[in-house]
Design a protein around this ligand. Structure first.
Ligand code: 13P
Length: 247
């Protein structure tokens, strides 16, 4: 059985007060199950969230990392800095990083490489735009994203998660239909099996307008090993609700 994950991507949201309220709610109602929960707040809240969560069995991750180890890169955060705070997960290649910060597959490969070399477990995001799907380019795009990102990278010493997030389903309230998710996850697993050794251990998550009402049906699909959640993860009750339904 592959590990199942329920991951919150808070994006550029939540105040310190929100973080405190969130932790308070989780402390009173979170119960660890066989699934893993990971919360990815903004960089500036990582340390605060780590303190607030205390000994709750919830892992914490960053939303991106620098592709450089250190140096004159104003505004960037390195893997060594994450290691200093015992943060051992990071999202890599989220479509918002690709779209708004011009990250290319090559940039994402550089980030993956430095994460893996420094024992930070990556959550690698892939996904097609609406236009690409309409032009029947989905599989081609996903293959290119996976091939370039993982080219000559050895992932055998880390935990690796792939998050399939169709760009058109993110924050839109439009979830991909079950057939689309099922077929695409199966294709992703096929592609991974040709590119990554031990690919059967890789968890493939779905992301894009997941909420407490649609999560169960999606999770019942054969190749879905959990969720990467934006909007619904900002509300601790909704996020916990989804986590509980995973078990
Ligand atoms: P939503 O759940 O808000 O659609 O966001 C998905 C996402 O981008 C998670 O990384």
């Amino acid at each position: 059985m592959k590990k199942k994950y329920c991951i919150a991507n808070w994006k550029m949201n939540q105040s310190v007060e929100d973080c405190e309220n969130y932790a308070f709610k989780l402390k009173s109602s979170f119960c660890k199950t066989s699934s893993e929960m990971i919360v990815c707040p903004s960089f500036i809240h990582l340390s605060k969230i780590k303190d607030l969560f205390g000994d709750l069995e919830i892992q914490i991750g960053a939303q991106t990392i620098s592709e450089h180890l250190n140096g004159a890169y104003t505004g960037e955060i390195s893997v060594e800095m994450l290691n200093d705070f015992n943060i051992n997960w990071t999202i890599v290649g989220h479509s918002e990083r690709r779209q708004f910060f011009n990250e290319t597959n090559q940039d994402i490969q550089n980030k993956l490489k430095i994460a893996v070399e420094n024992k930070i477990n990556p959550i690698v995001c892939i996904g097609e735009t609406l236009l690409e799907r309409q032009n029947s380019k989905t599989i081609e795009v996903l293959k290119e994203q996976i091939q370039t990102t993982f080219d000559s990278i050895n992932c055998s010493n880390i935990k690796l998660i792939i998050a399939y997030e169709p760009v058109w389903a993110i924050g839109s309230g439009v979830t991909a239909d079950l057939n689309t998710i099922s077929e695409t996850h199966e294709e992703i697993r096929n592609i991974l099996s040709k590119i990554i050794s031990n690919s059967e251990k890789v968890s493939i998550l779905y992301g894009g307008s997941v909420n407490p009402d649609n999560c169960e049906k999606i999770l019942n699909l054969k190749h879905v090993d959990g969720f990467l959640i934006g909007g619904a993860s900002l509300d601790p009750e909704k996020f916990l609700n989804i986590y509980r339904k995973m078990n």
